[in-house]
Ligand binder design. Structure first.
Ligand code: EPU
Length: 419
Protein backbone atom coordinates (compact mmCIF):
# COMPACT_ATOMS: atom_id res chain seq x y z
CA UNK A 1 0.00 0.00 0.00
CA UNK A 2 1.22 3.50 -0.84
CA UNK A 3 0.81 6.63 1.23
CA UNK A 4 1.95 10.23 1.04
CA UNK A 5 3.95 11.38 4.06
CA UNK A 6 3.93 15.15 4.49
CA UNK A 7 5.91 17.06 7.12
CA UNK A 8 4.51 20.53 7.74
CA UNK A 9 4.01 23.34 8.02
CA UNK A 10 5.32 24.76 4.73
CA UNK A 11 4.34 27.91 2.82
CA UNK A 12 4.25 26.84 -0.84
CA UNK A 13 6.37 29.13 -3.01
CA UNK A 14 7.48 29.01 -6.65
CA UNK A 15 6.05 27.98 -10.01
CA UNK A 16 3.86 25.08 -11.11
CA UNK A 17 2.76 24.05 -14.61
CA UNK A 18 -0.78 22.80 -15.03
CA UNK A 19 -1.49 19.57 -16.95
CA UNK A 20 -4.26 18.92 -19.48
CA UNK A 21 -7.81 18.71 -18.14
CA UNK A 22 -8.85 15.26 -16.92
CA UNK A 23 -12.53 15.83 -17.54
CA UNK A 24 -11.89 17.00 -21.13
CA UNK A 25 -9.39 14.23 -21.89
CA UNK A 26 -11.65 11.42 -20.62
CA UNK A 27 -14.26 12.55 -23.17
CA UNK A 28 -11.88 13.33 -26.05
CA UNK A 29 -10.40 9.83 -25.98
CA UNK A 30 -13.76 8.05 -26.52
CA UNK A 31 -14.64 10.75 -29.06
CA UNK A 32 -11.83 9.40 -31.26
CA UNK A 33 -14.10 6.38 -31.86
CA UNK A 34 -16.14 8.63 -34.15
CA UNK A 35 -13.15 9.07 -36.47
CA UNK A 36 -12.45 6.61 -39.24
CA UNK A 37 -8.70 7.32 -39.23
CA UNK A 38 -5.77 8.61 -37.21
CA UNK A 39 -5.30 11.57 -34.89
CA UNK A 40 -2.79 12.79 -32.33
CA UNK A 41 -3.78 14.10 -28.91
CA UNK A 42 -1.33 16.20 -26.92
CA UNK A 43 -1.31 17.67 -23.41
CA UNK A 44 -3.01 14.54 -22.03
CA UNK A 45 -2.65 14.36 -18.25
CA UNK A 46 -0.58 11.33 -17.21
CA UNK A 47 -3.13 9.90 -14.77
CA UNK A 48 -4.73 6.50 -14.21
CA UNK A 49 -8.14 7.46 -15.73
CA UNK A 50 -6.37 8.14 -19.04
CA UNK A 51 -4.51 4.83 -18.93
CA UNK A 52 -7.79 2.95 -18.36
CA UNK A 53 -9.49 4.92 -21.20
CA UNK A 54 -6.66 3.89 -23.53
CA UNK A 55 -6.98 0.23 -22.47
CA UNK A 56 -10.72 0.29 -23.21
CA UNK A 57 -10.13 1.83 -26.65
CA UNK A 58 -7.51 -0.81 -27.44
CA UNK A 59 -9.92 -3.59 -26.44
CA UNK A 60 -12.40 -2.11 -28.94
CA UNK A 61 -9.78 -2.33 -31.71
CA UNK A 62 -8.03 1.07 -31.63
CA UNK A 63 -4.23 1.17 -32.08
CA UNK A 64 -2.47 3.55 -29.70
CA UNK A 65 1.13 4.76 -29.84
CA UNK A 66 2.52 6.80 -26.95
CA UNK A 67 4.68 9.62 -28.39
CA UNK A 68 5.72 10.72 -24.91
CA UNK A 69 4.05 10.58 -21.48
CA UNK A 70 1.49 13.26 -22.45
CA UNK A 71 0.81 12.54 -26.13
CA UNK A 72 -0.69 9.66 -28.09
CA UNK A 73 -1.41 8.88 -31.70
CA UNK A 74 -4.55 6.83 -32.07
CA UNK A 75 -5.79 4.90 -35.08
CA UNK A 76 -9.51 4.09 -34.88
CA UNK A 77 -9.84 2.79 -38.45
CA UNK A 78 -10.69 -0.74 -37.31
CA UNK A 79 -13.17 -0.92 -34.49
CA UNK A 80 -13.68 -4.63 -34.14
CA UNK A 81 -16.24 -5.18 -31.38
CA UNK A 82 -19.29 -3.50 -29.82
CA UNK A 83 -18.67 -5.06 -26.41
CA UNK A 84 -16.59 -2.87 -24.15
CA UNK A 85 -14.76 -4.70 -21.33
CA UNK A 86 -17.24 -4.67 -18.43
CA UNK A 87 -14.59 -4.75 -15.68
CA UNK A 88 -12.70 -1.71 -17.05
CA UNK A 89 -15.77 0.35 -17.92
CA UNK A 90 -17.15 -0.15 -14.38
CA UNK A 91 -13.91 1.25 -12.92
CA UNK A 92 -14.47 4.91 -13.73
CA UNK A 93 -17.18 7.41 -14.49
CA UNK A 94 -16.31 8.66 -17.94
CA UNK A 95 -16.63 5.21 -19.49
CA UNK A 96 -20.21 6.28 -20.24
CA UNK A 97 -18.82 8.37 -23.14
CA UNK A 98 -18.15 5.11 -24.98
CA UNK A 99 -21.95 4.82 -25.35
CA UNK A 100 -22.46 8.10 -27.24
CA UNK A 101 -19.40 7.54 -29.43
CA UNK A 102 -20.12 3.91 -30.29
CA UNK A 103 -23.79 4.60 -30.99
CA UNK A 104 -22.55 7.16 -33.52
CA UNK A 105 -19.83 4.94 -34.96
CA UNK A 106 -21.34 1.44 -34.90
CA UNK A 107 -24.98 1.86 -33.85
CA UNK A 108 -24.47 -0.50 -30.92
CA UNK A 109 -22.54 -0.86 -27.66
CA UNK A 110 -22.53 -2.82 -24.42
CA UNK A 111 -20.71 -1.32 -21.41
CA UNK A 112 -20.62 -1.84 -17.63
CA UNK A 113 -22.47 0.70 -15.45
CA UNK A 114 -19.95 3.52 -14.86
CA UNK A 115 -18.03 3.64 -11.55
CA UNK A 116 -16.05 6.66 -10.27
CA UNK A 117 -15.99 8.67 -7.05
CA UNK A 118 -18.74 7.88 -4.52
CA UNK A 119 -20.38 11.28 -4.21
CA UNK A 120 -23.96 10.11 -3.63
CA UNK A 121 -26.49 9.10 -6.28
CA UNK A 122 -25.10 9.51 -9.82
CA UNK A 123 -28.02 8.74 -12.16
CA UNK A 124 -27.58 8.66 -15.95
CA UNK A 125 -31.25 9.16 -16.85
CA UNK A 126 -30.50 12.31 -18.88
CA UNK A 127 -27.91 10.45 -20.99
CA UNK A 128 -30.45 7.69 -21.69
CA UNK A 129 -33.22 10.20 -22.42
CA UNK A 130 -30.92 11.88 -24.97
CA UNK A 131 -29.98 8.60 -26.72
CA UNK A 132 -33.62 7.49 -26.85
CA UNK A 133 -34.70 10.85 -28.32
CA UNK A 134 -32.13 10.32 -31.08
CA UNK A 135 -33.74 6.95 -31.83
CA UNK A 136 -31.69 4.46 -29.80
CA UNK A 137 -33.04 1.63 -27.67
CA UNK A 138 -31.35 1.49 -24.29
CA UNK A 139 -31.64 -1.27 -21.70
CA UNK A 140 -29.92 -1.57 -18.34
CA UNK A 141 -29.69 -5.08 -16.92
CA UNK A 142 -27.47 -6.70 -14.30
CA UNK A 143 -25.03 -3.79 -14.23
CA UNK A 144 -24.70 -3.64 -18.03
CA UNK A 145 -25.96 -0.94 -20.39
CA UNK A 146 -26.90 -2.02 -23.89
CA UNK A 147 -27.65 0.68 -26.48
CA UNK A 148 -28.63 0.06 -30.08
CA UNK A 149 -29.85 2.18 -33.00
CA UNK A 150 -30.42 1.58 -36.72
CA UNK A 151 -29.75 5.21 -37.65
CA UNK A 152 -29.67 8.09 -35.18
CA UNK A 153 -31.80 11.08 -36.21
CA UNK A 154 -31.26 14.67 -35.05
CA UNK A 155 -33.88 16.09 -32.68
CA UNK A 156 -34.41 18.66 -29.89
CA UNK A 157 -33.47 17.54 -26.38
CA UNK A 158 -34.16 19.53 -23.22
CA UNK A 159 -31.96 18.51 -20.30
CA UNK A 160 -33.97 18.36 -17.05
CA UNK A 161 -30.79 18.97 -15.06
CA UNK A 162 -27.60 20.74 -16.10
CA UNK A 163 -25.30 17.77 -16.63
CA UNK A 164 -21.73 17.80 -17.92
CA UNK A 165 -21.78 14.10 -18.77
CA UNK A 166 -25.18 14.05 -20.48
CA UNK A 167 -24.39 17.17 -22.53
CA UNK A 168 -21.13 15.68 -23.84
CA UNK A 169 -22.62 12.23 -24.38
CA UNK A 170 -25.55 13.52 -26.45
CA UNK A 171 -23.13 15.73 -28.40
CA UNK A 172 -21.02 12.64 -29.19
CA UNK A 173 -24.06 10.62 -30.30
CA UNK A 174 -25.34 13.40 -32.58
CA UNK A 175 -22.16 14.23 -34.49
CA UNK A 176 -22.80 11.56 -37.15
CA UNK A 177 -26.63 11.52 -36.80
CA UNK A 178 -28.87 12.52 -39.70
CA UNK A 179 -29.99 16.17 -39.43
CA UNK A 180 -29.68 18.70 -36.64
CA UNK A 181 -29.74 18.06 -32.89
CA UNK A 182 -30.37 20.84 -30.39
CA UNK A 183 -29.44 20.45 -26.72
CA UNK A 184 -31.27 22.95 -24.49
CA UNK A 185 -30.22 23.64 -20.89
CA UNK A 186 -26.77 22.31 -21.79
CA UNK A 187 -23.86 22.47 -19.33
CA UNK A 188 -21.26 25.17 -20.12
CA UNK A 189 -18.05 23.87 -18.52
CA UNK A 190 -14.74 24.57 -20.33
CA UNK A 191 -14.34 20.83 -21.03
CA UNK A 192 -17.59 20.85 -23.03
CA UNK A 193 -16.16 23.56 -25.26
CA UNK A 194 -12.93 21.58 -25.53
CA UNK A 195 -14.67 18.37 -26.64
CA UNK A 196 -16.66 20.37 -29.23
CA UNK A 197 -13.45 22.04 -30.47
CA UNK A 198 -11.79 18.63 -30.80
CA UNK A 199 -14.72 17.20 -32.77
CA UNK A 200 -14.93 20.31 -34.98
CA UNK A 201 -11.18 20.03 -35.71
CA UNK A 202 -11.89 16.50 -36.94
CA UNK A 203 -14.75 17.66 -39.21
CA UNK A 204 -17.85 17.89 -36.99
CA UNK A 205 -20.27 20.85 -37.12
CA UNK A 206 -21.08 21.81 -33.52
CA UNK A 207 -22.14 25.35 -32.63
CA UNK A 208 -22.87 27.06 -29.33
CA UNK A 209 -20.75 24.92 -26.97
CA UNK A 210 -20.13 27.04 -23.86
CA UNK A 211 -23.69 28.44 -23.97
CA UNK A 212 -26.83 26.67 -22.79
CA UNK A 213 -28.01 25.87 -26.31
CA UNK A 214 -25.80 23.62 -28.45
CA UNK A 215 -26.64 22.82 -32.08
CA UNK A 216 -25.04 19.85 -33.79
CA UNK A 217 -25.46 19.52 -37.55
CA UNK A 218 -24.83 15.87 -38.37
CA UNK A 219 -21.99 15.15 -40.84
CA UNK A 220 -21.27 11.98 -42.88
CA UNK A 221 -17.76 11.35 -41.58
CA UNK A 222 -15.01 12.68 -39.31
CA UNK A 223 -11.72 12.80 -41.19
CA UNK A 224 -9.06 12.67 -38.47
CA UNK A 225 -5.52 13.42 -39.69
CA UNK A 226 -5.15 16.25 -37.19
CA UNK A 227 -3.42 17.03 -33.91
CA UNK A 228 -5.31 18.38 -30.92
CA UNK A 229 -4.03 19.72 -27.61
CA UNK A 230 -6.24 19.26 -24.51
CA UNK A 231 -7.26 22.44 -22.63
CA UNK A 232 -5.42 23.13 -19.32
CA UNK A 233 -7.09 21.67 -16.22
CA UNK A 234 -9.18 24.35 -14.55
CA UNK A 235 -9.58 22.22 -11.40
CA UNK A 236 -5.87 21.46 -11.01
CA UNK A 237 -5.14 25.20 -11.43
CA UNK A 238 -7.81 26.05 -8.82
CA UNK A 239 -6.32 23.44 -6.47
CA UNK A 240 -2.93 25.21 -6.55
CA UNK A 241 -4.59 28.66 -6.19
CA UNK A 242 -6.28 27.47 -3.00
CA UNK A 243 -3.08 25.73 -1.83
CA UNK A 244 -1.30 29.11 -2.09
CA UNK A 245 -3.93 30.78 0.12
CA UNK A 246 -4.19 27.89 2.62
CA UNK A 247 -0.40 27.71 3.19
CA UNK A 248 0.13 31.53 3.17
CA UNK A 249 2.29 30.94 0.12
CA UNK A 250 3.03 32.58 -3.23
CA UNK A 251 2.57 30.45 -6.37
CA UNK A 252 2.80 31.34 -10.06
CA UNK A 253 0.46 28.90 -11.83
CA UNK A 254 1.48 28.48 -15.47
CA UNK A 255 -0.44 27.03 -18.44
CA UNK A 256 -3.98 27.90 -17.31
CA UNK A 257 -6.86 29.89 -18.75
CA UNK A 258 -7.60 32.50 -16.13
CA UNK A 259 -11.09 33.19 -17.54
CA UNK A 260 -12.03 29.65 -16.37
CA UNK A 261 -10.99 30.54 -12.81
CA UNK A 262 -13.07 33.66 -12.19
CA UNK A 263 -15.32 32.17 -9.50
CA UNK A 264 -12.30 30.99 -7.49
CA UNK A 265 -10.45 34.26 -8.02
CA UNK A 266 -13.46 36.21 -6.71
CA UNK A 267 -13.62 34.10 -3.52
CA UNK A 268 -9.86 34.35 -2.93
CA UNK A 269 -10.05 38.14 -3.17
CA UNK A 270 -13.09 38.15 -0.83
CA UNK A 271 -11.16 36.29 1.90
CA UNK A 272 -8.09 38.54 1.67
CA UNK A 273 -5.81 36.68 -0.78
CA UNK A 274 -4.10 38.37 -3.73
CA UNK A 275 -4.42 37.40 -7.39
CA UNK A 276 -2.46 38.66 -10.40
CA UNK A 277 -4.12 37.60 -13.66
CA UNK A 278 -1.71 37.29 -16.60
CA UNK A 279 -4.14 35.61 -19.04
CA UNK A 280 -2.29 32.30 -19.42
CA UNK A 281 -0.81 32.24 -15.92
CA UNK A 282 -2.03 33.41 -12.55
CA UNK A 283 -0.09 34.35 -9.41
CA UNK A 284 -1.80 33.81 -6.08
CA UNK A 285 -0.35 34.82 -2.73
CA UNK A 286 -1.57 35.43 0.78
CA UNK A 287 0.36 36.67 3.80
CA UNK A 288 -2.32 36.66 6.47
CA UNK A 289 -4.95 34.35 7.92
CA UNK A 290 -7.79 34.19 5.36
CA UNK A 291 -11.19 35.61 6.27
CA UNK A 292 -14.48 33.68 6.36
CA UNK A 293 -16.77 33.24 3.34
CA UNK A 294 -19.95 31.51 2.31
CA UNK A 295 -19.86 29.29 -0.79
CA UNK A 296 -22.51 27.59 -2.88
CA UNK A 297 -21.30 25.16 -5.54
CA UNK A 298 -22.98 25.57 -8.92
CA UNK A 299 -22.52 24.49 -12.55
CA UNK A 300 -20.01 26.63 -14.52
CA UNK A 301 -19.52 29.60 -14.32
CA UNK A 302 -20.45 29.15 -10.65
CA UNK A 303 -18.05 27.92 -7.96
CA UNK A 304 -17.12 24.34 -9.01
CA UNK A 305 -18.02 21.39 -6.80
CA UNK A 306 -14.64 19.91 -7.77
CA UNK A 307 -12.90 22.70 -5.79
CA UNK A 308 -15.24 22.54 -2.80
CA UNK A 309 -13.05 20.27 -0.61
CA UNK A 310 -9.90 22.32 -1.36
CA UNK A 311 -11.83 25.50 -0.42
CA UNK A 312 -13.02 23.65 2.69
CA UNK A 313 -9.39 23.37 3.86
CA UNK A 314 -8.93 27.14 3.46
CA UNK A 315 -12.13 27.87 5.40
CA UNK A 316 -11.18 25.38 8.14
CA UNK A 317 -8.35 27.75 9.16
CA UNK A 318 -10.12 31.04 8.31
CA UNK A 319 -10.85 33.79 10.80
CA UNK A 320 -14.53 33.24 11.60
CA UNK A 321 -17.29 30.77 10.70
CA UNK A 322 -18.05 29.95 7.07
CA UNK A 323 -20.82 27.95 5.41
CA UNK A 324 -20.53 25.79 2.31
CA UNK A 325 -23.65 24.62 0.51
CA UNK A 326 -22.94 21.75 -1.90
CA UNK A 327 -25.67 21.87 -4.54
CA UNK A 328 -24.35 19.28 -7.03
CA UNK A 329 -23.50 16.11 -5.07
CA UNK A 330 -25.33 14.56 -2.10
CA UNK A 331 -22.28 13.31 -0.34
CA UNK A 332 -19.21 15.46 -0.86
CA UNK A 333 -18.39 16.33 2.74
CA UNK A 334 -16.79 13.01 3.70
CA UNK A 335 -13.41 14.77 3.79
CA UNK A 336 -14.57 16.93 6.73
CA UNK A 337 -14.27 13.95 9.12
CA UNK A 338 -10.63 13.61 8.03
CA UNK A 339 -9.95 17.35 8.53
CA UNK A 340 -11.56 17.13 11.98
CA UNK A 341 -8.97 14.44 12.84
CA UNK A 342 -6.39 17.16 12.11
CA UNK A 343 -8.02 19.62 14.53
CA UNK A 344 -10.57 21.33 12.25
CA UNK A 345 -14.03 22.17 13.63
CA UNK A 346 -16.44 21.34 10.86
CA UNK A 347 -20.04 20.19 11.20
CA UNK A 348 -21.57 18.71 8.07
CA UNK A 349 -25.33 18.20 7.84
CA UNK A 350 -26.54 16.83 4.51
CA UNK A 351 -25.53 19.24 1.76
CA UNK A 352 -24.42 22.02 4.15
CA UNK A 353 -21.27 22.27 6.25
CA UNK A 354 -20.30 24.82 8.91
CA UNK A 355 -16.61 25.65 9.23
CA UNK A 356 -15.63 27.20 12.56
CA UNK A 357 -12.15 28.42 11.64
CA UNK A 358 -9.25 27.25 13.85
CA UNK A 359 -5.76 28.79 13.97
CA UNK A 360 -3.86 25.59 13.13
CA UNK A 361 -4.25 22.03 11.86
CA UNK A 362 -2.09 19.19 13.21
CA UNK A 363 -0.68 16.22 11.28
CA UNK A 364 -2.60 12.91 11.46
CA UNK A 365 -3.19 9.74 9.41
CA UNK A 366 -6.06 10.53 7.00
CA UNK A 367 -7.88 8.74 4.18
CA UNK A 368 -8.86 10.13 0.76
CA UNK A 369 -12.54 9.40 0.28
CA UNK A 370 -12.56 10.61 -3.34
CA UNK A 371 -10.33 12.42 -5.85
CA UNK A 372 -10.80 16.04 -4.75
CA UNK A 373 -10.97 15.06 -1.08
CA UNK A 374 -7.50 13.55 -1.59
CA UNK A 375 -6.14 16.82 -3.03
CA UNK A 376 -7.67 18.71 -0.12
CA UNK A 377 -5.88 16.42 2.37
CA UNK A 378 -2.53 17.02 0.63
CA UNK A 379 -3.06 20.78 1.07
CA UNK A 380 -4.10 20.23 4.70
CA UNK A 381 -1.00 18.10 5.35
CA UNK A 382 1.22 20.84 3.90
CA UNK A 383 -0.11 23.56 6.20
CA UNK A 384 -0.49 21.36 9.30
CA UNK A 385 2.06 21.19 12.09
CA UNK A 386 3.70 17.74 12.29
CA UNK A 387 3.43 14.66 10.09
CA UNK A 388 0.39 13.77 7.98
CA UNK A 389 -0.02 10.44 6.23
CA UNK A 390 -2.51 10.44 3.36
CA UNK A 391 -3.87 6.99 2.40
CA UNK A 392 -6.05 5.73 -0.50
CA UNK A 393 -3.87 7.35 -3.14
CA UNK A 394 -5.67 5.54 -5.96
CA UNK A 395 -8.29 8.31 -5.79
CA UNK A 396 -5.70 11.10 -6.18
CA UNK A 397 -3.81 9.26 -8.93
CA UNK A 398 -6.99 9.09 -11.01
CA UNK A 399 -6.94 12.84 -11.56
CA UNK A 400 -3.67 14.58 -10.56
CA UNK A 401 -0.46 14.07 -12.52
CA UNK A 402 2.52 13.70 -10.17
CA UNK A 403 0.89 15.57 -7.29
CA UNK A 404 3.79 14.96 -4.91
CA UNK A 405 6.36 16.14 -7.49
CA UNK A 406 4.46 19.38 -8.06
CA UNK A 407 4.03 20.05 -4.31
CA UNK A 408 7.69 19.17 -3.64
CA UNK A 409 8.86 21.63 -6.31
CA UNK A 410 6.95 24.32 -4.38
CA UNK A 411 8.81 23.46 -1.16
CA UNK A 412 6.54 20.86 0.45
CA UNK A 413 8.26 18.07 2.39
CA UNK A 414 6.28 15.26 0.80
CA UNK A 415 7.24 11.69 -0.11
CA UNK A 416 5.37 8.73 -1.58
CA UNK A 417 6.13 5.72 0.57
CA UNK A 418 5.26 2.08 -0.05
CA UNK A 419 4.36 0.22 3.14
N1 EPU B 1 -27.61 14.12 -13.00
C1 EPU B 1 -28.84 13.53 -13.13
N2 EPU B 1 -29.07 12.74 -14.23
C2 EPU B 1 -28.13 12.52 -15.16
C3 EPU B 1 -26.86 13.12 -15.03
C4 EPU B 1 -26.63 13.91 -13.93
O1 EPU B 1 -29.73 13.72 -12.30
O2 EPU B 1 -28.41 11.79 -16.14
C5 EPU B 1 -27.35 15.01 -11.83
C6 EPU B 1 -26.25 14.45 -10.93
O3 EPU B 1 -26.77 13.55 -9.98
C7 EPU B 1 -25.69 15.72 -10.31
C8 EPU B 1 -25.85 16.77 -11.41
O4 EPU B 1 -26.83 16.23 -12.32
O5 EPU B 1 -26.46 16.11 -9.21
C9 EPU B 1 -24.61 17.09 -12.20
O6 EPU B 1 -24.01 15.88 -12.68
P1 EPU B 1 -23.10 15.84 -14.00
O7 EPU B 1 -23.74 14.93 -14.96
O8 EPU B 1 -22.80 17.24 -14.42
O9 EPU B 1 -21.79 15.15 -13.44
P2 EPU B 1 -20.88 14.09 -14.18
O10 EPU B 1 -20.87 14.35 -15.64
O11 EPU B 1 -21.18 12.71 -13.70
C10 EPU B 1 -18.74 15.57 -14.16
C11 EPU B 1 -17.34 15.43 -13.65
C12 EPU B 1 -17.33 15.50 -12.13
C13 EPU B 1 -17.93 16.84 -11.69
C14 EPU B 1 -19.34 17.02 -12.30
C15 EPU B 1 -19.94 18.38 -12.02
C16 EPU B 1 -16.41 13.99 -15.35
C17 EPU B 1 -15.87 12.65 -15.70
N3 EPU B 1 -16.82 14.14 -14.09
O12 EPU B 1 -19.47 14.49 -13.59
O13 EPU B 1 -15.97 15.48 -11.77
O14 EPU B 1 -18.03 16.89 -10.29
O15 EPU B 1 -19.26 16.84 -13.73
O16 EPU B 1 -19.12 19.40 -12.49
O17 EPU B 1 -16.42 14.91 -16.15
C18 EPU B 1 -14.10 15.12 -10.41
O18 EPU B 1 -13.40 15.42 -11.38
O19 EPU B 1 -13.65 15.00 -9.23
C19 EPU B 1 -15.53 14.90 -10.61
C20 EPU B 1 -16.30 14.25 -9.74
Amino acid sequence: MEKLVIKGPTSLKGEVTISGAKNAAVAILPATLLIDGICTIENLPNISDIKISCEILEKLGAKITWNDKNSITIDTTNITTTQAPLDLTSKFRASYYIIGSMLGRKGEIEVGMPGGCKLGARPIDQHIKGFESLGAEVTVEKGTIHAKAKKLKGTSIYMDVVSVGATINVMLASVLAKGTTTIDNAAKEPHIVDVANFLNTMGADIRGAGTDVIKINGVEKLHGNATYSVVPDQIEAGTFMLAAVATKGDILIKNCITKHLESVTAKILEIGGNVEDNGDSIRVWCNKRPGKANIKTLPYPGFPTDLQPQMGVVLSIANGTSIINESIWESRFQYTDELNKMGAKITAQGKTAFFEGVKKLYGAPVYSTDLRAGAALVIAGTLAEGTTEVYNLEHIDRGYENIEGKFRALGAKIERVTE
